[in-house]
Design a protein. Structure first.
Length: 117
């Protein structure tokens, strides 16, 4: 399990096409990727299971807790990203709810674009 930070300070200002915004790159894949948006309501849980492929969980809103094979939970919140290798056991839960984007692909290397937290 690895933790990454997605925040404005690690982004790059974009001015092309008369734009004015900051882009924080997340991932690039050459192989197919599945991308989903998850809604965990109050006391929601993504049950303890093995990752079928490498996956990256990006917390968009709210907060919760994640763990891997160890039973120690780590707090996550908006702006955090958690990466699990293929075969790694993991769980996500939230007392107050959270929304997240999950990216799953045989080829994920989040450290290419995001700094470790």
């Amino acid at each position: 399990m690895e933790f990454y930070s997605i925040n404005k300070e690690n982004g790059k200002r974009i001015s092309k096409f008369n734009s004015n915004f900051i882009m924080s790159r997340i991932i690039q894949t050459d192989k197919p990727a599945n991308i989903g948006y998850m809604h965990l309501e109050d006391n929601g849980v993504i049950g303890y299971h093995q990752a079928v492929v490498p996956q990256l969980l990006i917390i968009i809103n709210g907060e919760g807790y994640v763990r891997n094979e160890k039973e120690e939970y780590f707090k996550v919140q908006s702006g955090d990203a958690v990466y699990w290798e293929k075969g790694e056991w993991h769980e996500t839960k939230s007392e107050k709810g959270l929304t997240a984007i999950v990216i799953e692909s045989e080829e994920l290397n989040p450290s290419t674009f995001m700094p470790f937290k």
